[in-house]
Design a protein around this ligand. Structure first.
Ligand code: GLN
Length: 544
Protein backbone atom coordinates (compact mmCIF):
# COMPACT_ATOMS: atom_id res chain seq x y z
CA UNK A 1 0.00 0.00 0.00
CA UNK A 2 2.72 2.48 0.96
CA UNK A 3 4.58 1.85 -2.30
CA UNK A 4 1.48 2.86 -4.15
CA UNK A 5 1.13 6.08 -2.22
CA UNK A 6 4.74 6.91 -2.96
CA UNK A 7 4.23 6.21 -6.57
CA UNK A 8 1.18 8.38 -6.56
CA UNK A 9 3.13 11.23 -5.02
CA UNK A 10 5.57 10.97 -7.91
CA UNK A 11 2.72 11.05 -10.35
CA UNK A 12 3.62 13.17 -13.35
CA UNK A 13 1.21 15.89 -14.40
CA UNK A 14 1.15 14.37 -17.87
CA UNK A 15 -1.51 11.79 -18.64
CA UNK A 16 -0.88 8.92 -21.02
CA UNK A 17 -2.69 7.26 -23.88
CA UNK A 18 -1.06 4.00 -24.91
CA UNK A 19 -1.92 2.81 -28.38
CA UNK A 20 -1.44 -0.83 -29.31
CA UNK A 21 -2.34 -2.77 -32.42
CA UNK A 22 -3.75 -6.20 -33.00
CA UNK A 23 -4.63 -8.82 -35.63
CA UNK A 24 -2.43 -7.55 -38.47
CA UNK A 25 0.18 -4.89 -39.10
CA UNK A 26 -0.52 -1.93 -41.36
CA UNK A 27 -3.80 -0.96 -39.70
CA UNK A 28 -2.85 2.69 -39.62
CA UNK A 29 -2.05 2.96 -35.91
CA UNK A 30 0.19 5.92 -36.68
CA UNK A 31 -2.59 7.83 -38.40
CA UNK A 32 -5.04 6.84 -35.65
CA UNK A 33 -2.59 8.14 -33.01
CA UNK A 34 -2.04 11.36 -34.98
CA UNK A 35 -5.81 11.81 -35.35
CA UNK A 36 -6.33 11.39 -31.61
CA UNK A 37 -3.59 13.99 -31.10
CA UNK A 38 -5.45 16.33 -33.42
CA UNK A 39 -8.75 15.76 -31.62
CA UNK A 40 -7.29 16.59 -28.22
CA UNK A 41 -5.27 19.52 -29.54
CA UNK A 42 -8.39 21.04 -31.05
CA UNK A 43 -9.82 21.20 -27.52
CA UNK A 44 -6.85 23.23 -26.36
CA UNK A 45 -5.17 20.25 -24.70
CA UNK A 46 -1.37 20.28 -25.05
CA UNK A 47 -0.31 16.98 -26.56
CA UNK A 48 2.82 15.19 -27.59
CA UNK A 49 3.25 11.88 -29.35
CA UNK A 50 5.86 9.19 -29.08
CA UNK A 51 6.55 6.06 -31.14
CA UNK A 52 8.17 2.92 -29.66
CA UNK A 53 9.64 0.72 -32.38
CA UNK A 54 10.44 -2.87 -31.46
CA UNK A 55 13.24 -3.46 -33.98
CA UNK A 56 16.91 -3.70 -32.97
CA UNK A 57 18.24 -1.03 -35.34
CA UNK A 58 19.12 2.01 -33.25
CA UNK A 59 17.13 4.09 -35.73
CA UNK A 60 15.63 3.48 -39.17
CA UNK A 61 18.41 5.52 -40.81
CA UNK A 62 20.37 2.42 -41.77
CA UNK A 63 17.38 0.58 -43.23
CA UNK A 64 16.51 0.22 -46.88
CA UNK A 65 13.26 2.05 -47.80
CA UNK A 66 11.88 -1.28 -49.05
CA UNK A 67 12.22 -2.55 -45.47
CA UNK A 68 10.94 0.42 -43.64
CA UNK A 69 9.56 3.11 -45.92
CA UNK A 70 10.63 6.71 -45.55
CA UNK A 71 13.04 7.86 -42.86
CA UNK A 72 11.51 10.96 -41.30
CA UNK A 73 13.91 13.62 -40.02
CA UNK A 74 13.11 15.91 -37.10
CA UNK A 75 14.39 19.46 -36.50
CA UNK A 76 17.09 18.15 -34.18
CA UNK A 77 18.33 15.73 -36.83
CA UNK A 78 16.93 12.46 -35.50
CA UNK A 79 16.27 9.85 -38.17
CA UNK A 80 12.91 8.48 -37.12
CA UNK A 81 9.96 6.34 -38.02
CA UNK A 82 7.62 7.74 -40.66
CA UNK A 83 4.77 7.81 -38.14
CA UNK A 84 6.39 10.93 -36.68
CA UNK A 85 5.60 12.50 -40.04
CA UNK A 86 1.91 11.74 -39.53
CA UNK A 87 2.11 13.15 -36.01
CA UNK A 88 3.61 16.42 -37.23
CA UNK A 89 1.26 16.73 -40.20
CA UNK A 90 -1.92 16.21 -38.18
CA UNK A 91 -0.97 18.34 -35.19
CA UNK A 92 0.71 21.67 -34.61
CA UNK A 93 3.49 20.00 -32.63
CA UNK A 94 7.12 19.52 -33.70
CA UNK A 95 8.98 16.52 -32.37
CA UNK A 96 12.55 15.54 -31.52
CA UNK A 97 14.75 12.50 -30.94
CA UNK A 98 12.89 11.96 -27.66
CA UNK A 99 9.72 11.12 -29.55
CA UNK A 100 10.94 7.88 -31.12
CA UNK A 101 12.59 5.05 -29.22
CA UNK A 102 13.64 1.64 -30.50
CA UNK A 103 14.65 -1.64 -28.90
CA UNK A 104 18.12 -0.91 -30.29
CA UNK A 105 18.36 2.39 -28.38
CA UNK A 106 17.03 0.85 -25.18
CA UNK A 107 19.52 -2.04 -25.23
CA UNK A 108 22.35 0.29 -26.26
CA UNK A 109 21.79 2.43 -23.23
CA UNK A 110 21.28 -0.52 -20.81
CA UNK A 111 24.48 -2.17 -22.04
CA UNK A 112 26.39 1.10 -21.67
CA UNK A 113 25.16 1.37 -18.07
CA UNK A 114 26.12 -2.24 -17.40
CA UNK A 115 29.67 -1.61 -18.73
CA UNK A 116 29.97 1.48 -16.53
CA UNK A 117 29.00 -0.64 -13.55
CA UNK A 118 25.79 1.27 -12.85
CA UNK A 119 23.91 -1.92 -11.95
CA UNK A 120 26.21 -2.64 -9.00
CA UNK A 121 26.78 -6.33 -9.65
CA UNK A 122 23.17 -7.24 -10.41
CA UNK A 123 22.15 -9.64 -13.18
CA UNK A 124 20.83 -7.36 -15.93
CA UNK A 125 17.50 -8.65 -17.24
CA UNK A 126 14.62 -7.77 -19.56
CA UNK A 127 12.45 -7.28 -16.49
CA UNK A 128 13.20 -4.96 -14.71
CA UNK A 129 16.17 -3.36 -16.50
CA UNK A 130 14.92 -3.15 -20.07
CA UNK A 131 11.37 -2.33 -19.00
CA UNK A 132 12.65 0.31 -16.54
CA UNK A 133 14.71 1.89 -19.31
CA UNK A 134 11.61 2.06 -21.53
CA UNK A 135 9.56 3.60 -18.73
CA UNK A 136 12.33 6.10 -17.99
CA UNK A 137 12.45 7.18 -21.64
CA UNK A 138 8.68 7.70 -21.72
CA UNK A 139 8.72 9.58 -18.42
CA UNK A 140 11.69 11.67 -19.55
CA UNK A 141 9.88 12.78 -22.69
CA UNK A 142 6.77 13.57 -20.62
CA UNK A 143 8.85 15.66 -18.21
CA UNK A 144 10.86 17.46 -20.87
CA UNK A 145 7.98 18.32 -23.17
CA UNK A 146 5.38 18.62 -20.40
CA UNK A 147 2.27 17.92 -22.47
CA UNK A 148 -1.12 17.48 -20.81
CA UNK A 149 -1.36 14.18 -22.64
CA UNK A 150 1.44 12.05 -24.09
CA UNK A 151 0.20 9.61 -26.71
CA UNK A 152 2.53 6.61 -26.88
CA UNK A 153 2.18 4.31 -29.87
CA UNK A 154 3.69 0.84 -29.58
CA UNK A 155 4.86 -0.46 -32.94
CA UNK A 156 4.17 -4.01 -34.07
CA UNK A 157 1.22 -6.25 -33.31
CA UNK A 158 0.20 -7.76 -29.98
CA UNK A 159 1.68 -11.25 -29.81
CA UNK A 160 4.97 -10.31 -31.50
CA UNK A 161 7.96 -11.41 -29.44
CA UNK A 162 9.75 -8.11 -30.08
CA UNK A 163 7.10 -5.82 -28.67
CA UNK A 164 6.62 -7.70 -25.38
CA UNK A 165 9.01 -5.58 -23.25
CA UNK A 166 7.25 -2.41 -24.45
CA UNK A 167 3.83 -3.84 -23.57
CA UNK A 168 5.06 -4.91 -20.14
CA UNK A 169 6.53 -1.42 -19.64
CA UNK A 170 3.27 0.35 -20.47
CA UNK A 171 1.35 -2.09 -18.28
CA UNK A 172 3.57 -1.14 -15.36
CA UNK A 173 3.53 2.55 -16.17
CA UNK A 174 -0.27 2.61 -16.31
CA UNK A 175 -0.45 1.09 -12.80
CA UNK A 176 2.18 3.51 -11.49
CA UNK A 177 0.40 6.64 -12.68
CA UNK A 178 -3.08 5.44 -11.77
CA UNK A 179 -6.12 4.59 -13.89
CA UNK A 180 -7.31 8.20 -14.18
CA UNK A 181 -3.97 9.11 -15.75
CA UNK A 182 -3.53 6.41 -18.37
CA UNK A 183 -5.73 4.62 -20.85
CA UNK A 184 -5.12 1.99 -23.47
CA UNK A 185 -6.57 2.23 -26.95
CA UNK A 186 -6.32 -0.92 -29.04
CA UNK A 187 -6.50 -0.66 -32.82
CA UNK A 188 -7.84 -3.84 -34.35
CA UNK A 189 -9.36 -5.28 -37.51
CA UNK A 190 -12.95 -6.32 -38.05
CA UNK A 191 -12.78 -8.04 -41.42
CA UNK A 192 -15.65 -8.35 -43.87
CA UNK A 193 -15.91 -11.85 -45.26
CA UNK A 194 -17.31 -11.52 -48.75
CA UNK A 195 -18.63 -15.04 -49.18
CA UNK A 196 -20.51 -14.89 -45.87
CA UNK A 197 -21.41 -11.20 -46.44
CA UNK A 198 -20.64 -10.66 -42.79
CA UNK A 199 -18.18 -8.78 -40.63
CA UNK A 200 -16.32 -10.96 -38.16
CA UNK A 201 -15.47 -9.99 -34.60
CA UNK A 202 -13.45 -13.05 -33.62
CA UNK A 203 -9.98 -11.70 -34.60
CA UNK A 204 -10.64 -8.68 -32.36
CA UNK A 205 -11.74 -10.90 -29.50
CA UNK A 206 -8.56 -12.95 -29.83
CA UNK A 207 -6.36 -9.90 -30.03
CA UNK A 208 -7.88 -8.37 -26.90
CA UNK A 209 -7.58 -11.78 -25.27
CA UNK A 210 -3.81 -11.69 -25.88
CA UNK A 211 -3.58 -8.21 -24.41
CA UNK A 212 -5.49 -9.29 -21.31
CA UNK A 213 -3.21 -12.30 -20.90
CA UNK A 214 -0.35 -9.88 -20.34
CA UNK A 215 -2.37 -7.74 -17.99
CA UNK A 216 -3.60 -4.97 -20.27
CA UNK A 217 -7.32 -4.29 -20.51
CA UNK A 218 -8.07 -1.88 -23.34
CA UNK A 219 -10.36 1.02 -22.49
CA UNK A 220 -11.27 1.84 -26.09
CA UNK A 221 -11.23 -0.23 -29.27
CA UNK A 222 -10.69 1.36 -32.66
CA UNK A 223 -12.02 -1.15 -35.15
CA UNK A 224 -10.67 -0.85 -38.67
CA UNK A 225 -13.34 -2.03 -41.04
CA UNK A 226 -14.48 -1.64 -44.62
CA UNK A 227 -18.20 -1.97 -43.72
CA UNK A 228 -20.13 -0.20 -40.99
CA UNK A 229 -20.16 -2.03 -37.68
CA UNK A 230 -23.66 -3.33 -36.96
CA UNK A 231 -25.18 -2.77 -33.53
CA UNK A 232 -24.92 -6.50 -33.04
CA UNK A 233 -21.23 -6.55 -33.80
CA UNK A 234 -20.62 -3.63 -31.45
CA UNK A 235 -22.48 -5.36 -28.65
CA UNK A 236 -20.62 -8.59 -29.21
CA UNK A 237 -17.23 -6.87 -29.25
CA UNK A 238 -18.10 -4.89 -26.12
CA UNK A 239 -19.28 -7.97 -24.25
CA UNK A 240 -16.43 -10.29 -25.17
CA UNK A 241 -13.68 -7.71 -24.97
CA UNK A 242 -14.89 -6.24 -21.70
CA UNK A 243 -15.24 -2.64 -22.93
CA UNK A 244 -18.23 -0.31 -22.83
CA UNK A 245 -20.33 -0.32 -25.98
CA UNK A 246 -19.71 3.36 -26.68
CA UNK A 247 -15.97 2.61 -26.47
CA UNK A 248 -16.19 0.40 -29.55
CA UNK A 249 -15.32 2.99 -32.18
CA UNK A 250 -15.32 2.19 -35.84
CA UNK A 251 -12.52 3.30 -38.11
CA UNK A 252 -14.05 2.89 -41.52
CA UNK A 253 -11.79 3.05 -44.59
CA UNK A 254 -11.67 6.64 -45.88
CA UNK A 255 -10.61 8.26 -49.12
CA UNK A 256 -8.66 11.04 -47.46
CA UNK A 257 -6.70 10.30 -44.29
CA UNK A 258 -7.26 13.86 -43.05
CA UNK A 259 -10.92 13.01 -42.56
CA UNK A 260 -10.18 10.54 -39.78
CA UNK A 261 -10.15 13.04 -36.87
CA UNK A 262 -13.58 14.26 -37.99
CA UNK A 263 -14.95 10.73 -38.23
CA UNK A 264 -13.63 9.94 -34.73
CA UNK A 265 -15.14 13.12 -33.38
CA UNK A 266 -18.55 12.32 -34.82
CA UNK A 267 -18.52 9.11 -32.80
CA UNK A 268 -17.63 10.98 -29.62
CA UNK A 269 -14.11 9.59 -29.29
CA UNK A 270 -12.78 12.92 -27.98
CA UNK A 271 -15.45 13.12 -25.28
CA UNK A 272 -14.78 9.53 -24.30
CA UNK A 273 -11.04 10.12 -23.90
CA UNK A 274 -11.55 13.35 -21.98
CA UNK A 275 -13.96 11.56 -19.63
CA UNK A 276 -11.76 8.52 -19.09
CA UNK A 277 -8.68 10.65 -18.39
CA UNK A 278 -10.69 13.05 -16.24
CA UNK A 279 -9.59 16.01 -18.31
CA UNK A 280 -11.55 19.24 -18.44
CA UNK A 281 -14.06 19.04 -21.31
CA UNK A 282 -13.69 21.96 -23.66
CA UNK A 283 -15.31 22.95 -26.91
CA UNK A 284 -13.52 21.46 -29.83
CA UNK A 285 -12.55 23.53 -32.80
CA UNK A 286 -12.09 21.43 -35.88
CA UNK A 287 -14.03 23.83 -38.08
CA UNK A 288 -10.96 25.25 -39.78
CA UNK A 289 -9.68 21.75 -40.48
CA UNK A 290 -13.05 20.96 -42.01
CA UNK A 291 -13.17 24.05 -44.22
CA UNK A 292 -9.49 24.54 -45.05
CA UNK A 293 -8.56 20.92 -45.49
CA UNK A 294 -11.49 18.59 -46.01
CA UNK A 295 -13.71 20.79 -48.13
CA UNK A 296 -10.87 21.64 -50.48
CA UNK A 297 -9.82 18.00 -50.69
CA UNK A 298 -13.33 16.84 -51.45
CA UNK A 299 -14.35 19.60 -53.81
CA UNK A 300 -11.25 20.90 -55.59
CA UNK A 301 -11.82 23.57 -58.25
CA UNK A 302 -9.12 22.39 -60.57
CA UNK A 303 -6.60 19.62 -61.00
CA UNK A 304 -3.10 18.81 -62.14
CA UNK A 305 -0.90 15.82 -62.80
CA UNK A 306 2.61 15.61 -61.40
CA UNK A 307 5.22 12.91 -62.00
CA UNK A 308 7.40 11.72 -59.13
CA UNK A 309 10.45 10.05 -60.67
CA UNK A 310 12.15 7.72 -58.24
CA UNK A 311 13.32 4.19 -57.70
CA UNK A 312 11.10 3.15 -54.80
CA UNK A 313 7.85 4.05 -56.48
CA UNK A 314 6.28 0.60 -56.07
CA UNK A 315 6.28 1.19 -52.33
CA UNK A 316 3.60 3.57 -51.08
CA UNK A 317 5.56 4.48 -47.94
CA UNK A 318 8.99 5.26 -49.41
CA UNK A 319 8.16 8.86 -50.41
CA UNK A 320 5.34 9.36 -47.90
CA UNK A 321 6.10 12.96 -46.93
CA UNK A 322 6.64 13.95 -50.58
CA UNK A 323 3.25 12.59 -51.62
CA UNK A 324 1.55 14.25 -48.66
CA UNK A 325 3.29 17.59 -49.30
CA UNK A 326 2.05 17.48 -52.91
CA UNK A 327 -1.48 16.91 -51.62
CA UNK A 328 -0.99 19.92 -49.29
CA UNK A 329 0.22 21.99 -52.25
CA UNK A 330 -3.00 20.93 -53.98
CA UNK A 331 -5.13 21.95 -51.00
CA UNK A 332 -3.47 25.39 -50.97
CA UNK A 333 -4.30 25.82 -54.67
CA UNK A 334 -7.76 24.30 -54.51
CA UNK A 335 -6.51 21.62 -56.87
CA UNK A 336 -6.58 17.85 -56.91
CA UNK A 337 -3.07 16.57 -57.51
CA UNK A 338 -2.83 13.32 -59.37
CA UNK A 339 0.57 11.78 -58.73
CA UNK A 340 2.07 9.67 -61.49
CA UNK A 341 4.78 7.45 -60.05
CA UNK A 342 7.52 6.87 -62.58
CA UNK A 343 10.30 4.33 -62.11
CA UNK A 344 13.50 6.03 -63.29
CA UNK A 345 14.81 2.70 -64.59
CA UNK A 346 11.91 2.63 -67.03
CA UNK A 347 13.00 6.03 -68.33
CA UNK A 348 16.46 4.53 -68.87
CA UNK A 349 14.90 1.79 -70.98
CA UNK A 350 12.23 3.69 -72.90
CA UNK A 351 13.10 7.40 -72.74
CA UNK A 352 11.35 10.21 -70.82
CA UNK A 353 8.68 11.20 -73.35
CA UNK A 354 6.65 8.01 -72.86
CA UNK A 355 6.22 8.75 -69.13
CA UNK A 356 6.34 12.52 -68.90
CA UNK A 357 4.53 13.79 -71.97
CA UNK A 358 1.16 14.09 -70.24
CA UNK A 359 2.24 15.49 -66.89
CA UNK A 360 2.26 19.13 -65.86
CA UNK A 361 5.28 18.98 -63.59
CA UNK A 362 8.14 16.73 -62.53
CA UNK A 363 9.48 16.11 -59.03
CA UNK A 364 12.62 14.14 -58.23
CA UNK A 365 12.82 13.16 -54.56
CA UNK A 366 15.75 12.14 -52.37
CA UNK A 367 17.57 8.86 -52.70
CA UNK A 368 20.80 6.93 -52.36
CA UNK A 369 22.91 4.74 -54.62
CA UNK A 370 23.58 4.44 -58.30
CA UNK A 371 20.59 2.45 -59.52
CA UNK A 372 18.21 4.49 -61.67
CA UNK A 373 20.35 7.63 -61.61
CA UNK A 374 20.73 8.00 -65.40
CA UNK A 375 16.94 7.82 -65.82
CA UNK A 376 16.56 10.65 -63.33
CA UNK A 377 19.11 12.75 -65.22
CA UNK A 378 17.11 12.18 -68.41
CA UNK A 379 13.93 13.24 -66.57
CA UNK A 380 15.49 16.54 -65.42
CA UNK A 381 16.81 17.23 -68.90
CA UNK A 382 13.32 16.64 -70.26
CA UNK A 383 11.70 19.00 -67.76
CA UNK A 384 14.39 21.64 -68.33
CA UNK A 385 14.18 21.55 -72.10
CA UNK A 386 10.37 21.24 -72.35
CA UNK A 387 9.96 24.03 -69.77
CA UNK A 388 7.94 21.79 -67.45
CA UNK A 389 7.86 22.97 -63.82
CA UNK A 390 10.57 21.03 -62.01
CA UNK A 391 11.15 20.47 -58.32
CA UNK A 392 14.29 18.63 -57.18
CA UNK A 393 14.72 17.56 -53.59
CA UNK A 394 18.07 16.54 -52.08
CA UNK A 395 19.26 13.88 -54.55
CA UNK A 396 16.88 15.65 -56.97
CA UNK A 397 18.99 18.81 -56.68
CA UNK A 398 22.21 16.89 -57.15
CA UNK A 399 20.76 15.27 -60.29
CA UNK A 400 19.73 18.70 -61.61
CA UNK A 401 23.30 19.94 -61.12
CA UNK A 402 24.68 16.91 -62.99
CA UNK A 403 22.25 17.47 -65.89
CA UNK A 404 23.19 21.16 -66.07
CA UNK A 405 26.91 20.43 -65.98
CA UNK A 406 26.67 17.72 -68.63
CA UNK A 407 24.15 19.18 -71.05
CA UNK A 408 24.50 22.95 -70.63
CA UNK A 409 28.13 23.44 -69.59
CA UNK A 410 29.52 20.63 -71.77
CA UNK A 411 31.15 18.70 -68.90
CA UNK A 412 30.16 15.45 -70.56
CA UNK A 413 30.97 12.93 -67.86
CA UNK A 414 30.05 15.11 -64.90
CA UNK A 415 28.73 13.11 -61.98
CA UNK A 416 28.51 12.82 -58.22
CA UNK A 417 31.32 10.90 -56.56
CA UNK A 418 28.57 8.86 -54.89
CA UNK A 419 27.91 7.19 -58.26
CA UNK A 420 31.26 7.54 -60.05
CA UNK A 421 34.29 7.87 -57.77
CA UNK A 422 36.61 8.70 -60.66
CA UNK A 423 34.42 11.11 -62.61
CA UNK A 424 36.50 13.82 -64.34
CA UNK A 425 33.97 16.46 -63.21
CA UNK A 426 32.83 15.76 -59.63
CA UNK A 427 30.15 18.46 -59.53
CA UNK A 428 28.67 16.80 -56.44
CA UNK A 429 31.17 15.47 -53.92
CA UNK A 430 31.93 14.85 -50.27
CA UNK A 431 33.09 17.60 -47.94
CA UNK A 432 36.45 16.91 -46.26
CA UNK A 433 34.76 16.21 -42.92
CA UNK A 434 32.45 13.59 -44.51
CA UNK A 435 35.46 11.82 -46.08
CA UNK A 436 36.66 10.92 -42.59
CA UNK A 437 33.34 9.33 -41.60
CA UNK A 438 33.49 5.54 -41.38
CA UNK A 439 30.25 4.59 -39.60
CA UNK A 440 26.94 4.66 -41.44
CA UNK A 441 24.46 5.30 -38.60
CA UNK A 442 23.57 8.92 -37.75
CA UNK A 443 26.61 10.32 -39.57
CA UNK A 444 25.06 12.37 -42.39
CA UNK A 445 24.44 16.10 -42.38
CA UNK A 446 21.21 15.95 -40.41
CA UNK A 447 18.51 18.27 -39.14
CA UNK A 448 17.89 22.00 -39.30
CA UNK A 449 20.36 24.41 -40.91
CA UNK A 450 19.79 28.06 -41.74
CA UNK A 451 19.76 29.10 -45.37
CA UNK A 452 20.06 32.66 -46.73
CA UNK A 453 17.85 33.42 -49.71
CA UNK A 454 18.64 35.81 -52.51
CA UNK A 455 15.97 38.42 -53.17
CA UNK A 456 14.24 38.37 -56.54
CA UNK A 457 14.37 34.58 -56.87
CA UNK A 458 11.57 32.01 -56.92
CA UNK A 459 12.75 30.75 -53.54
CA UNK A 460 12.48 34.24 -52.03
CA UNK A 461 9.09 34.72 -53.65
CA UNK A 462 7.89 31.52 -51.96
CA UNK A 463 9.28 32.06 -48.46
CA UNK A 464 9.12 35.86 -48.42
CA UNK A 465 11.97 36.06 -45.95
CA UNK A 466 15.73 36.15 -46.04
CA UNK A 467 16.62 33.37 -43.63
CA UNK A 468 14.85 30.02 -43.58
CA UNK A 469 15.53 26.84 -41.61
CA UNK A 470 15.11 23.47 -43.26
CA UNK A 471 15.90 19.84 -42.46
CA UNK A 472 18.75 17.93 -44.07
CA UNK A 473 19.70 14.29 -44.55
CA UNK A 474 22.59 13.79 -46.97
CA UNK A 475 26.34 13.30 -47.22
CA UNK A 476 27.15 14.82 -50.59
CA UNK A 477 27.18 18.52 -51.50
CA UNK A 478 27.37 20.86 -54.47
CA UNK A 479 31.09 21.14 -55.28
CA UNK A 480 32.04 24.82 -55.08
CA UNK A 481 34.93 24.29 -57.53
CA UNK A 482 32.35 24.28 -60.33
CA UNK A 483 30.22 27.11 -58.97
CA UNK A 484 31.57 29.92 -61.18
CA UNK A 485 31.36 27.88 -64.34
CA UNK A 486 27.79 26.75 -63.68
CA UNK A 487 26.68 30.25 -62.72
CA UNK A 488 28.34 31.70 -65.83
CA UNK A 489 26.22 29.29 -67.87
CA UNK A 490 22.97 30.45 -66.28
CA UNK A 491 22.54 28.51 -63.05
CA UNK A 492 21.09 30.67 -60.31
CA UNK A 493 22.09 30.00 -56.74
CA UNK A 494 19.22 31.30 -54.66
CA UNK A 495 19.95 29.80 -51.24
CA UNK A 496 23.22 29.34 -49.36
CA UNK A 497 24.27 28.05 -45.93
CA UNK A 498 26.57 30.97 -45.22
CA UNK A 499 28.70 29.50 -42.45
CA UNK A 500 30.22 26.84 -44.71
CA UNK A 501 29.32 28.53 -48.00
CA UNK A 502 27.24 25.54 -49.12
CA UNK A 503 24.79 25.74 -52.01
CA UNK A 504 21.29 24.92 -50.73
CA UNK A 505 18.95 26.00 -53.55
CA UNK A 506 19.48 26.28 -57.29
CA UNK A 507 17.17 27.68 -59.96
CA UNK A 508 17.15 28.40 -63.68
CA UNK A 509 16.41 31.87 -64.99
CA UNK A 510 15.06 30.97 -68.41
CA UNK A 511 12.51 28.52 -67.18
CA UNK A 512 9.01 29.05 -65.73
CA UNK A 513 9.76 27.23 -62.46
CA UNK A 514 12.87 25.14 -61.96
CA UNK A 515 13.80 24.97 -58.29
CA UNK A 516 15.89 22.35 -56.53
CA UNK A 517 16.99 22.26 -52.92
CA UNK A 518 19.53 20.25 -50.96
CA UNK A 519 17.22 20.02 -47.92
CA UNK A 520 13.90 18.23 -47.44
CA UNK A 521 11.03 20.76 -47.41
CA UNK A 522 8.45 17.94 -47.48
CA UNK A 523 9.06 17.23 -43.78
CA UNK A 524 7.69 20.60 -42.74
CA UNK A 525 4.52 20.66 -44.81
CA UNK A 526 1.10 20.36 -43.18
CA UNK A 527 -2.35 19.98 -44.78
CA UNK A 528 -3.54 23.36 -43.54
CA UNK A 529 -0.14 24.99 -44.02
CA UNK A 530 1.38 23.74 -47.25
CA UNK A 531 5.12 24.22 -47.52
CA UNK A 532 5.73 27.39 -49.59
CA UNK A 533 7.84 25.58 -52.20
CA UNK A 534 5.24 22.85 -52.67
CA UNK A 535 2.50 25.47 -52.80
CA UNK A 536 4.22 27.36 -55.60
CA UNK A 537 5.35 24.28 -57.48
CA UNK A 538 1.76 22.98 -57.60
CA UNK A 539 0.52 26.48 -58.52
CA UNK A 540 2.84 26.46 -61.53
CA UNK A 541 1.64 23.02 -62.56
CA UNK A 542 -1.99 24.12 -62.34
CA UNK A 543 -1.44 27.28 -64.36
CA UNK A 544 -0.10 25.47 -67.40
N1 GLN B 1 22.57 10.35 -51.72
C1 GLN B 1 22.65 11.78 -51.61
C2 GLN B 1 23.55 12.21 -50.47
O1 GLN B 1 23.83 11.46 -49.58
C3 GLN B 1 21.28 12.40 -51.44
C4 GLN B 1 20.61 12.04 -50.16
C5 GLN B 1 19.13 12.32 -50.14
O2 GLN B 1 18.52 12.52 -51.18
N2 GLN B 1 18.52 12.31 -48.96
O3 GLN B 1 24.00 13.30 -50.43
Amino acid sequence: MSANINQRQNKPSTKFIFITGGVISGLGKGIASASIGKLLESQGIKISLMKCDPYINVDPGTMNPFQHGEVYVTDDGAETDLDLGHYERFTAAYFSKDNNITTGQIYFSVIEKERRGDYLGKTVQVIPHITDEIKNCIRKTAKKQAPDVLIVEIGGTVGDIESQPFLEAIRQLAIEVGSENAINIHVTLVPFIKTAKEIKTKPTQHSVGRLREIGIQPDILLCRTEKNLTEDAREKIALFCNVEKNAVVQALDVKHIYEIPLRFQRQGLDRLIVKKLRLKARKSNLRLWESNVMLRLKKPKTKTTIAVVGKYITLQDAYKSIYEALVHGGIANNAAVEIVKVDSENIEKNGADKYLKNVKGVLIPGGFGKRGIEGKITAVQYAREKLLPFFGICLGMQIAVIDFARHVCGLKKANSTEFEQKTPYPVISLLEEQKKVTVKGGSMRLGLYPCHLQKGTNAYFSYKKEVIHERHRHRYEFNNKYRDLLVKNGLLISGVYRKDNLVEIIELRDHPWFVACQFHPEFKSKPDQAHPLFKHFVAQCVEL
